[in-house]
Design a protein around this ligand. Structure first.
Ligand code: B3K
Ligand code: ZN
Length: 896
């Protein structure tokens, strides 16, 4: 397979103006008749028409009602003798395909006797021959025909214009989409489904029908998704003036889906995980995820569907922007300043624990990549989450109002078009000509073209005589594959200064007439710059990169006292949390490097690893009445094993696990009374509500229970494990029930076994809950190397199904991706398991296999013996001759 290059883009040789599709749906042999009206693109030299197709049986091709010559080149259908000139040409293609055999879940497939499609990025070519590229936008008419008893519901994009009976128990439905769209936004669904319906009237005064389709029996679990959809519609109108442009907006849930959800125009298709929720089956995190994914897909209706991508290198145009929009939506829904900060911290945590490693590893790529082998490999945290950070920086550089103006101009210019990342930034800059974005536009765009996480080094110098404080900021960016030297970025650094007593100091830069405010944003454009603050009475503590104002690594030599000051007093909640993380990280790295810190035969470290000042600071946070529970929970959560690993040159994952567990155990024991208090203070009696405040209380109570069970493990206390089991049994919602179960499982308590059995018995008919049950066991702390054998046993469980992506992820990914202490074994058995699963999955679902392949991205950082064993496992995968392009690209880059 050859790499596709961004700079090779050329406009299509033909346009497809309209397409009229007729489907005779049959799992074994579905017939697809496609009637297209096409015309030559006279702006490019005349060429043959090359239509993409994959795994199709071609029965007939007709041009302007008559036969035509054609040939196959690879999987493309090539028509060389089409009429010349710009007159419209009628092209008719008749093909068949076999949805039941489609295990890749790309194109048209069957799940639970229901037909679904997934066309992004290149699935439409698995349905019919087409110009399957996002810059070819057509008007679609779709007729679905199927057996009525088996497939009573027939859905496609747009409006239902006709339906009725056919002979032999069949029926039909005809859909017309009023908007032109690229093929990747096409969708159809056919099966036995029921819908929750809601009529709404928009701000603009139009009526719309909203529907959430699920399998019969799941209807009562759709209320939250429907509420989230209504909230999304209202939010986009209020915040951006963007209204729903369809009479009908449908969401359909399927339990077989490769990713989260898909924004097909007017017919979103969702993984059940992001639709179905009830208080007894879904946790607060599930509720929040549903709100955010429903929002995300809905927001794509404008950012993605109305304005789409010219080519797939521009993917972040729609994904980065839409993630930014869904993050803002979730923050606005959360309400309070504190709840917004909690969401921001969670988002940054994802960025730093998943995207930063990607940006430092073999798959590193710019937000707008330059080449790819398999586009499905580039639906990454870089395109999505870093892309969102790049949009967020623009938002901060032009301001909230300026950003709204930029969005307006973007739609004025590009509605109905397929455009590039450059077009977006240009609109933002043109709408805000005075902004630092417009003034540094070309340099700012390096965020799109250069991969790697920039580092910003900050050094402060206090001059007591002059009463000045000078901050030197410098930037650099490490090399990434194919990009040796990097040019400076435009880096907004939002900062403040704290006095020794923690007070926020008024800021007066050299040259300012007087002090103004306690926070400002410095835009770093040079490799190095200095800024001086005057009238500073004593050495301040700098609070830098507030709110995580740029996706960079900040290097600053804080003393422990500085960090304790920031943790206790910083007015910026993000940096307050960050100070605690830096302290925890510093302790972890010190203990890891300290040969005196050793574990006993049970894997437990007996000596103290936490300085008293840290324990006290954590106690102060827990006891602080002015902090919200959700924020406390984040502060009390130590940096993850993966995040710690990223800070080291050579990684021993077992060692990291041992030390982090020792830190947790010590926090559990030293703060015992405070955990009890936190647990008791954060009960949420009364009716269940997944709002941010209640969810935060449950999160802290659950964390406390976890710590109390962990402490019991060493102290032999039986009271708290007993109480935890009782809570597990009596809980009125899944959040409390599952956190109690997890506390027992994670502490390795003997009550875990009966609790797990009881949990399975209670929820054996709830797929999404069974996924949780699997994931908890595969992801739990390893003691004595017992997790891998347990994982192998789980795969033999009658409920385990490798072909179902959610279930495969719940066991295999929870082990390989989310449980480093168990996965990285000195005998290499974890890696061998990984290689076997990658190969096995690749046999039928390359997209899922390729995601799993990414689990080894950071193998070069591993210490021996892990490193050599990891290489051998990757080489074993790479040695298979008939790997998919997906997995081939990942392992080739890993070994390069
Ligand atoms: N746009 C889809 C992702 C499609 C992934 C294809 N492999 C979902 C989303 O980002 O909203
Ligand atoms: Zn998206």
């Amino acid at each position: 397979a050859t790499a596709i290059q961004r700079l090779d883009y050329t406009a299509p040789a033909f346009w497809i103006d309209t397409v009229d599709l007729t489907f005779d749906l049959d799992p074994a042999k579905t017939r697809v008749l496609s009637k297209m009206r096409i015309r030559r693109n006279m702006d490019v030299p005349a060429q043959p028409l090359r239509l993409d197709g994959e795994e199709l049986n071609l029965a007939r091709v007709m041009v302007n009602g008559g036969g035509t010559s054609f040939k196959m080149e690879g999987s493309q259908l090539v028509l060389e003798n089409l009429p010349e000139g710009d007159a419209p040409i009628d092209l008719e293609i008749f093909t068949t395909c076999a949805p039941i055999k489609n295990t890749q879940l790309s194109g048209l497939y069957v799940s639970n006797d229901t037909f679904f499609t997934q066309c992004e990025a290149e699935g439409f070519r698995r349905i019919t021959y087409f110009l399957d590229r996002p810059d070819v936008m057509a008007m679609y008419t779709v007729t679905l025909r199927a057996n009525k008893a088996q497939y009573p519901v027939l859905l496609s994009n747009g409006n239902l214009v006709d339906s009725g009976e056919l002979e032999d128990g069949r029926h039909f439905a005809k859909w017309v989409d009023p908007h032109k769209k690229p093929s990747y936004l096409f969708a159809l669904v056919a099966g036995k489904l029921v819908a929750r319906e809601q009529q709404i009237r928009s701000r603009a005064g139009n009526n719309h029908l909203l529907q959430v389709f699920v399998r019969p029996g799941d209807l009562e679990k759709t209320e939250h998704a429907m509420n989230s959809l209504m909230a999304s519609i209202a939010w986009d109108e209020a915040r951006f003036g963007l209204s729903l442009d369809l009479d009908r907006f449908m969401i359909v849930a399927t339990s077989d889906f490769n990713m989260g959800a898909m924004e097909n125009k007017g017919l979103n298709i969702f993984n059940t995980k992001y639709v179905l929720a009830s208080q007894s089956t879904a946790t607060d995190v599930d509720f929040a995820n549903i709100e955010s994914v429903v929002g995300h897909e809905y927001f794509h209706n404008w950012t993605g569907d109305r304005v789409t991508c010219r080519d797939w290198f521009q993917l972040s145009l729609k994904e980065g922007l839409t993630v930014f929009r869904d993050q803002e939506f979730s923050m606005d829904m959360a309400g309070s300043t504190s709840a917004r900060a909690v969401k921001r911290i969670e988002d940054v945590r994802v960025l730093r624990t998943v995207q930063f490693p990607e940006d430092a590893g073999p798959m590193a790529h710019p937000v707008r990549p330059d080449s790819y082998v398999e586009i499905n490999n580039f639906y990454t945290v870089t395109i999505y989450e870093k892309g969102a950070e790049v949009v967020r920086m623009q938002h901060n550089l032009v301001g909230r109002e300026g950003f709204a103006k930029g969005m307006k101009l973007y739609f004025e210019r590009h509605d109905g078009q397929a455009v590039t990342c450059d077009d977006f930034v240009q609109a933002m800059a043109d709408a805000n000509p005075e902004s630092p974005l417009a003034q540094n536009l070309e340099q700012f765009k390096r965020w799109y073209s250069q991969a790697g996480t920039p580092r910003v080094a900050a050094q402060g110098r206090y001059d007591a005589d002059a009463r000045t404080y000078t901050l030197a900021l410098s930037q650099s960016c490490p090399a990434t594959p194919g990009q040796g030297d990097k040019q400076p970025f435009v880096i907004p650094v939002t900062l403040g200064l704290l006095g020794a007593d923690g007070s926020a100091l008024p800021l007066q830069q050299q040259g300012d007439a007087h002090a103004g405010g306690t926070e400002r944003t410095i835009v770093l454009t040079e490799p190095r710059m200095e800024i001086t603050f005057v009238n500073v009475d004593s050495a301040p503590v700098p609070s830098l990169l507030r709110g995580f104002s740029a996706p960079v690594v900040l290097e600053c030599e804080f003393s422990d006292a500085d960090l304790l000051n920031l943790l206790a007093h910083d007015g910026d909640p993000f940096n307050r949390w960050e100070a605690g993380q830096r302290l925890g990280l510093r302790i972890a790295l010190g203990a890891i490097a300290n040969p005196g810190v050793t574990a006993n035969a049970q894997g437990d470290v007996e000596q103290s690893v936490l300085p008293a000042s840290f324990v006290q600071a954590m106690r102060d946070v827990l006891r602080n009445p002015s902090l919200d529970a959700a924020f406390k929970e984040l502060v009390l959560t130590l940096p993850s094993e993966g995040y710690i690993a990223e800070q080291m040159d050579e990684v021993d994952p077992q060692r990291i696990h041992t030390v982090r567990e020792a830190m947790r155990a010590e926090l559990a024991a030293s703060l015992h009374e405070d955990w009890i208090q936190a647990f008791e203070d954060n009960q949420t009696p009364g009716a269940y509500s997944p709002d941010a405040t209640s969810a935060g209380r449950r999160a802290l109570a659950g964390h406390a229970l976890n710590m109390l069970c962990l402490a019991a493990r060493r102290s032999g206390d039986t009271l708290w494990p007993g109480k935890t089991y009782q809570r597990f049994k009596d809980a009125g919602n899944m959040t409390d029930r599952f956190s109690a179960l997890a506390a027992l499982v994670n502490s390795g308590h003997e009550l875990a076994r009966p609790a797990l059995e009881r949990f399975h018995a209670l929820f054996k008919d709830e797929d999404l809950v069974v996924d949780k049950w699997f994931a908890l066991q595969a992801g739990t702390s390893d003691r004595n190397g017992n997790i891998l054998p347990a994982v192998r046993e789980l795969m033999k469980h009658p409920d385990f199904q490798l072909k179902n992506p959610n279930r495969a992820r719940s066991v295999i990914f929870s082990y390989c991706n989310a449980n480093p202490g168990a996965f990285h074994r000195a005998d290499g058995a974890g890696y061998a398991y990984w290689a076997d699963r990658v190969l096995e999955l690749d046999g039928f679902n390359p997209q899922v296999a390729s995601r799993l392949a990414r689990a080894m991205d950071r193998w070069r950082k591993l210490a021996e013996p892990y490193r050599a064993l990891a290489r051998a496992a990757i080489e074993r995968v790479a040695a298979k001759p008939d790997l998919s392009n997906d997995v081939r690209e990942v392992v080739t880059r890993a070994l390069a």
